[in-house]
Design a protein around this ligand. Sequence first.
Ligand SMILES: Nc1nc2c(ncn2[C@@H]2O[C@H](COP(=O)(O)OP(=O)(O)OP(=O)(O)O)[C@@H](O)[C@H]2O)c(=O)[nH]1
Ligand SMILES: [Mg+2]
Length: 890
Amino acid sequence: SIGDEGAKPLAESASVWCHGLAELYGLRIPRGKVFDGLGTSLESCRRRLAESNLCFLLWIAREDVERCLGCLSDGDKAFHGRSFLGLVVQGRKSALLRQLLDAECGRPDLNKVEQDGHSLLSLAVLFWSPECIQLLLKRGAMLTSNLFSFSLSQRKRDKSTALHEILRRGSDAVLETALRSLFPRPTQADDDVLLRPGASELVAVLLAADGSGRPAVNELNERLERASGPSSPAFEALKTRSLRPFLKRVPLFPPRLHLCGPGGAGKTLLRHQILGERAKATELLGKDFLDGRTRGVEIMRASLPRGGFWGLFSSLIVHLFDHGGQQEFQVTYNSLLTQPLSIFVLVIPVDTTGTEHRKATNPAESAAELRYWLSSLETVAHQVNQVVVVANIFAGTSRKDRDNHVSQLQLAMGQHEGDRESGIENRLSFVSMDPVVLDASNADDWQSPGSLLENLQRAWNAVQNDKKAESIDLTMPALCKPLFAAIPRLREQNTLLQDARSALLAVRRELGSVVDSLSDAALEALLQYAEQCGEVILSSETDAESHLGEKKRLAIVVWDPNWFATAILGEFFQPAVWRRNLLRKIRMQREEVIECFRQIVSQDGRAQADDELLQHVPELLQQMRLCIPIGSRGEEWFPAFLNSAENHTGFREADEGLEREDAPASELLRKCLHIDVKDQQYQSARIRGRLLRLTDRAGRAVKPDDELTSIFPSGTFSRFQVRILEAFPNPTQDPAHSRSDVCDVYLSRNFVRLSWRGENGELCYFHSFMLHNDRGIEFAWIAWLWASSNKVNAFLEGERRGDMSTVMEQMIDWMGEASTIKQRKPGWKVERLRPSAFFASKTALLDDGADSFLKAYEVEDIPNINGTEGVSESKGHEGDEEDDEQEEAG
Ligand SMILES: Nc1nc2c(ncn2[C@@H]2O[C@H](COP(=O)(O)OP(=O)(O)OP(=O)(O)O)[C@@H](O)[C@H]2O)c(=O)[nH]1
Ligand SMILES: [Mg+2]
């Protein structure tokens, strides 16, 4: 059709070019796209091509990295439903692919699905480019159990997974890369990989069948048999055992049901009702407060009717955790509440009659209590959770009182839910926005229509179907089953606490041939599932001999978590016990902790604890965040549960040496260093103060009587104190005898004090407080730094370095670290304090608001406290109007 002689060669080139592309991509490109039949020059032909959407095919063919990068960042360059990277893979351009992936522009998703269902990896297999396969696998493309057509045939029978195809066609090197990409880390005869939590994915891929029903693992076995000579490590690891028994998986169970709430709320009574233990319920109703309270946590299995038509005869197994609500037992919570698939039942008492140990409740207090528990759960709970709020109505409460309480609780739940909308991350999911109202003393109330049981059934369904749960491995190896069956028998042997070696021997004895072929590491992996299901508690130690550094080795096994939490920890946390054992110190020697456990364990008699075994118990405490080791050797322990500044109900704080410091900063300076700030000698002294407060929903700093919407995670101040001890490892036990030549450290419940002395009598002094609001909850932190002259440099980490602002920033950082749990930090605001606030009492300081704080535009560097700010007490804090006005003007 082309008349023009000159255009003929062009038409031919275009043909060749289209043909070339067709070969390369298997795509038919009409010649007319390139050559319109009218063009008169090669130039115009090129231009036409460059202007069409085909030009990027040319760039790929030419491996023009720069232009291809442009296309990649463009994002929408696709041809016939094939993505840009898909085209690169299809063209087998491994070198180009590498360069594109190296360039890190936009970090393309290597597991994206193409329009025709292929993945980049399956395309690389389809067009067979070993280089691309390896490259993609190394860069994070994942083998899946999806079926693809790797031939022209579209019949299901002829489909297979990418792994099948690699097993059939790939070289050893390609296969090695594929297997490596499946294993979570390089396998060095690590034969427990398949048993570890999170191995489901790997197992699913190995077990995936091709279109004709042949599982990949069969092909793998055949290939392993065929292989001769030395092969790769991943290969070797698989060869050492027969894979089959490791691959079968069953669902992980059961969800955890946590009964939480204040002491005496009726949690245990409710538990007895749920478990149908009428006699125990009656007994508890007759008990007095101290006898009845739960020590530590009681853990047991419970079976609830599943509900719904089909579930009529089946039941819902849950792991029930009945937590002691008294403050001193709350320390056991953190480590237990953090697991996924948790259902929290928050029991709030409604009792307008009151008892000796518990005040009568009022609606506002109950709502505040609920808010506290919600914030507290919020800081520790795993994302996959459900919350049921229960109002437990005690006998003698009028209908009107009940309704008032319930509507306040409802309001508090609504407010909490409202936070979600304002963009604050909220990780609690309520089953219903209405509290469940019941009377725990009534045996059937909890299962009446619309009551607790129905809510639990809904919660159970919700956690199972939670989208967020998809990323969690909810299966375990079938091999766990015989182990789980053996655990009750192991408990009966009255060695509830065992070191790793004896524990593993006991398991082997119980399970016999089932686990013959398993290594100790594989058994440990199975025990980890038991721990995940709440059947045992494990503690591990860092393996010193391991070359990998971080590797952990099982140290002890607690066969009965219930026994450990109640009989051992519950006993340990009794104030009476640590009073008797004189353990109330800032720091404990590791030996003291061990000694205390020795006594408790031997009195209990259900475990034989020898010295070696007891040596490992502190690790368990540390794992539960009850004690914090100090320094790298961890010989000393900071008992977080004893040093917390929280209220301990039931005894007088003053009698126990548990008072909290509460004096104004200047008074403490006088008391601790015998220094009167107004002394002429300290004319040039400098002061720097910070107040850090939690914020409310609107980002405003809260006051003592405000409702807290976020709280400091429990143990925040303890962790801050530990950080101080690590930096300045010489605390003074007795405040009266402080040494003057080194940095002197003193800690008490809510107080930290550091003092440094320079060569010429210069002094530097730091102190900080944790403050509690009206309800005894930590809500603010104050820090002061005072230096006798501007020449004094403070010490940090035992060195003389940094100026005052460095020190202050460091302290605030440490506080930030201490209050951050799982990357979550409560909302707070830091305010700079005026020197005049140095003389104010805490209450006055918090009350008067802005007057004590520097305004944003004011410069902090005030030459000395006797200057403009004025130190005299009359002028200082108590709100001198004139003074205030001057400040405003300034
Ligand atoms: N009349 C009446 N008494 C109740 C009710 N709920 C709890 N009690 C009584 O209140 C006391 C405390 O109840 P528990 O169930 O032990 O409270 P708890 O929440 O488990 O308390 P801790 O274990 O200390 O956290 C017991 O003496 C119960 O008998 C109720 O609904 N009605
Ligand atoms: Mg209880």
